[in-house]
Design a protein around this ligand. Sequence first.
Ligand code: NCD
Ligand code: ZN
Length: 352
Amino acid sequence: MSNSPTQIQLIQPDDWHLHIRDGEVMKDVLADTARQFARAIIMPNLKPPVTTVDLAKAYQGRIQANLKLLGLTGFTPLMTLYLTDNTSADEVRKAKAEGIIGFKLYPAGATTNSDAGVSDLKHCDAALEAMQAIGMPLLVHGEVTGSEVDIFDREAVFIDTILEPLRKKFPDLKIVFEHITTKQAAHYVRDAVTGGKNTIAATITPQHLLMNRNAIFAGGIRPHNYCLPVLKREEHRLALIDVATSGNPRFFLGTDSAPHAKGAKEAACGCAGCYSAFNALGLYAEAFESVGKLDQLEGFASFFGPDFYSLPRNTKKITLAKQAQQIPDELPLGDATIVPLRAGESIAWSLV
Ligand code: NCD
Ligand code: ZN
């Protein structure tokens, strides 16, 4: 394939990290994802969090009901559980039996709705032991939370103080380092020695491939470009682009699309999260095209995720065209509105 085509075909992608919330607003965001992706891993950071198989099943039921209401067939939500200090080995085994795809580690206080997260991983030994034994992946929000650590260093410090010791203690545990943002994380995952086992991978968001931290302060404060982990320096963005477009199967697509109503973002203490679902594939295509690597998009978006999770690859094909799409200023979100990533601007690629 030429690297400056005007149209590309690829096996339909999946989104390996997504927030769709609950209640009235869910259907407004779900439709954007289901239009583009065959499957998505649904994050469990609801209020209260999805900590048990029964809660996840009930949440899955509400998602299915919304899909039905929207007339969307052919989209599968993949459910996760929220790891807590009290998650038992039994719950891990039950989760496996019931088709739960992973457990999410939120260090307490790290991000939106993470207050019930893990206070110290030492409380999770039994659960992690069980996860390792049965091949249940651990999805990690990789940031330390101590206020003494600079916000731009939280991911790098997490690698040294939490992730590396965790991998030493549980060498066969499957870990996904979610939404990585730094060259330290990119290189850590790239260079991790796994003895040929499929034990570490990372997801990367479109905003971290396309923007550096200047985008949060361009001409004034830009709350819609604020997410966690926060955007980093240009050298980090370049390292992410490098690994994402390298064809290395340890790196795959996870939008971390995280809707918050406009008023919750444009506030004295605005919420973290970018709403990228509206044209996520267009954003990724733009990032890959920027380095002449569109031919690597299919592996990243459609193959490496299912391979890591031991799920079948999709078979349906989709087409992306180099057709500029104007992104609306706002989209409906229940009684409120949401400002999508790149609002009022255009994205060069769109789904046909
Ligand atoms: C996410 C959210 O709003 O749920 N926010 C974000 O900035 N990414 C939580 C998360 O994934 O950290
Ligand atoms: Zn997230």
